[in-house]
Design a protein around this ligand. Sequence first.
Ligand SMILES: C[S@@+](CC[C@H](N)C(=O)[O-])C[C@H]1O[C@@H](n2cnc3c(N)ncnc32)[C@H](O)[C@@H]1O
Length: 256
Amino acid sequence: MRLVSTTMIVALSTCRLFAFNTPRQIARRSSSKLLPPRLVDVANSVIRVAETTASFSPPTIVDIGCDHCLLVGHLSFPSNPLLSTPLVAIDSSPSALSGGRDLMDKIKIISEGKNSPVELMCGDGLSPLFHNEISSSNIVLSISGMGVSTMKKILTEGALQRLSAIHNIVLQPTNTKPRNMQLIYDHLTSLKFRPRDERFFYDDRRFYITTTFQKTDNDEPAVLGSFLYDTERTRQIYEKYTKFHEEWSRKIKEKI
Ligand SMILES: C[S@@+](CC[C@H](N)C(=O)[O-])C[C@H]1O[C@@H](n2cnc3c(N)ncnc32)[C@H](O)[C@@H]1O
């Protein structure tokens, strides 16, 4: 329910952004106005990993479950440092993609066609990439706004082996209880993807955790919090998160 209302608020604020401003006024604003605050962490993680790996191979960014393409829309703005990086947005819902196509058309007008190339694909998880070859050997994948079990279904061993160009994965699941987070950490570490960055964000009484996983040779388990992004703000939110869940599990145990 909360997710539905958050999506509606984002959609409404996007409509407002485009309804009451001329393209030139919008272009002058930061494209981060497109994003709900929690997605700013995803965007920044994707930008950081794409920038740091660009010397190894030019990156292509793929967002799975893109919905109305707010993330790739933000990344495609000429004001973003990733300009000209190819962007791919995938969703299983044709109507979500149709909203995304409208947004991308508007961004193209606003940025006078100087935005990054964006390709929209309809399909389940990574499957559209099996049929549409991506020339980059450095795919940065992002998945946000889904539960960990859906993420695990998308990030299967077979799919990741087949798409060996995926070297980095940025995840922001909707269910951030420690045991859920551990499920996705265990799954990805068993497939030799290890956390290399974690960001914690607290908004509207919800925690959002954005983790970047990097392909390695190492399949040792990793726990949440061991690669905390080292800022005072993040550390404070992490402490709040652990305290909240300690109290929550104590209350559950008391009830048993
Ligand atoms: C709640 S929205 C999240 C949108 C955006 N990523 C965000 O974080 O705000 C979830 C989106 O994922 C899509 N989705 C769910 N399962 C999917 C799958 N297996 N493959 C592709 N898209 C999927 C849905 O259609 C929906 O548009």
